[in-house]
Write a protein that binds this ligand. Structure first.
Ligand code: GDP
Ligand code: IMO
Ligand code: MG
Length: 408
């Protein structure tokens, strides 16, 4: 069975934690989009891992992981990450493979990315990892794929600087290179997890363009990026936080307040430890945006939602969620494409009583306080999508299942 895990908001929803949790029942994990712009955190006991390109299944001994065709691979950062894993006792040799169709990020693309964003009239606030540049080169048909590394004619066209860089990694990359479509065929009767990066609202087509990343972070990207057809995606799971966060620029209609100085803003940022894994930037925080979440559910065919960070709201008397936008005096409940409309949008809030107790020890839906159940049921009814897993802390075991993710 093929199960896709995507971010259903603007990234950092807890995909790494969820993929790690679900990987116990998978034989292989494929990261299908993005590159070193992602930062996926996994906490196991007193050990914390921040993964950027390596799929989150790597921490289980014996699981095979694939970096898919939809990814843009930064070889330098990748081998540093693999070295970090080795230094921490994670033996990865022989179980990390890369699609021969994945594109390569050259060091100068990172520089160009930073310079271009700084020169923009309205900067996106990219991670500076060369992501947009590499995907542009890909669209221009001038990119370099792993498959091209031993294409002598193509290599001859490269600048010396690029060639010297690639030379350092060429043999290692070739030894890990696979035809991912044939690999997936071998797993056709097994369980495979497809790990998304970024989130639905950062997807190039579906997101808040141009304030998006450049890859296919939508569920459809799992098909292209893993070398399997769309009808073979058996289940699509969308991870979301009990509130909303966003890093970088662009509209965020449910942001708590503009100057980020309110008590609620500081409380959520500190309690949720809302600082970027890749760049360390403080994340913008806001109410759960149900308009955006429902849009993500519909455009990605999300079967089940996976709720994280419910514990962050443990001590609040009252919780609010955004159920519509007011734009030019009109009430809007369908997510707009226009950035101007989104910038003008004022959140319409619905209030919910808080549960005022720690959820850390909760291991079943039944054990949740009725106020938390009420919040969950409201989200399900607004989005028309069931919640399949609830996470009440960052640790692997602070998680419980409501609906079996491995059942069609
Ligand atoms: P990803 O990019 O979607 O994998 O998410 P990140 O790792 O960038 O950010 C999620 C952060 O929230 C990480 O620090 C996780 O350890 C943490 N986290 C995940 N789930 C929960 C949860 O249910 N509660 C709390 N408090 N933290 C969580
Ligand atoms: P994970 O997988 C949150 C954001 C950047 C910026 C925009 C474009 O950890 O959820 P890019 O460098 O990709 O061209 O930047 O997208 N962004 C993310 N925000 N989580 C991520 O990944 C992100 N990857 C990119 O902050 O606003
Ligand atoms: Mg992240």
């Amino acid at each position: 069975m093929n199960v896709v895990v995507i971010g259903a908001q603007w990234g950092d929803e807890g995909k790494g934690k969820m993929v790690d949790y679900l990987a116990q029942n998978a034989q292989a994990v494929v990261r299908y989009a993005g590159g070193a712009n992602a930062g996926h955190t996994i906490v196991i006991g007193d050990q914390q891992y921040a993964l950027h390109q390596v799929p989150s299944g790597i921490l289980y001994p014996g699981k095979t992981v694939y970096l898919g065709s939809g990814m843009v691979i930064d070889p330098q950062a990748l081998f540093e990450e693999l070295q970090m894993l080795k230094d921490r006792g994670i033996n990865w040799e022989g179980r990390v493979f890369i699609s021969d169709r994945a594109h390569i990020v050259l060091p100068r693309y990172r520089q160009i990315d930073k310079e271009r964003d700084a020169a923009r009239k309205r900067p996106i606030g990219t991670t500076g990892r060369g992501i947009g540049i590499t995907y542009s080169m890909k669209s221009e048909r001038d990119g370099i794929r792993l498959a091209d590394l031993d294409w002598a004619e193509k290599m001859q066209d490269l600048e010396k600087e690029d060639l010297d860089f690639l030379e350092q990694y060429k043999e290692k990359l070739i030894s890990m290179r696979v035809n991912i479509s044939s690999e997936m065929w071998k797993y056709r009767n097994k369980n495979v997890l497809m790990e998304g990066a970024q989130g639905a609202m950062l997807d190039l087509d579906l997101g808040t363009y141009p304030y998006v990343s450049s890859g296919l972070s939508c569920s459809a990207g799992a098909s292209v990026g893993s070398g399997i057809g769309p009808r073979k995606l058996d289940k699509i799971l969308g991870v979301f936080k009990a509130y909303t966060t966003r890093v970088g620029n662009g509209p965020m209609p449910s942001e708590f307040d503009e100057n980020s100085q309110s008590e609620l803003y500081k409380f959520v940022r500190d309690t949720g430890r809302e600082y970027g894994v890749t760049t360390g930037r403080p994340r913008r925080c806001g109410y759960l945006d149900l308009v955006a979440l429902r849009y993500a559910c519909r455009t990605n065919s999300i079967d089940d939602l996976l709720l994280t960070h419910l514990d962050v709201y443990d001590s609040l008397n009252e919780i609010e969620a955004c159920v519509g936008y007011e734009i030019d005096g009109k009430i809007v409940t369908e997510f707009p494409a226009s950035i101007e409309d989104l910038n003008k949008a004022k959140p319409i809030l619905e209030k919910f009583p808080g549960w005022k107790k720690s959820l850390k020890e909760c291991k079943t839906f039944k054990k949740l306080p009725k106020e938390a159940k009420n919040y969950i049921k409201y989200i399900e009814s607004y989005t028309g999508t069931k919640i399949g897993i609830v996470s009440v802390g960052y640790e692997r075991n602070e998680t419980f299942i409501l609906r079996n993710p491995w059942k069609k």
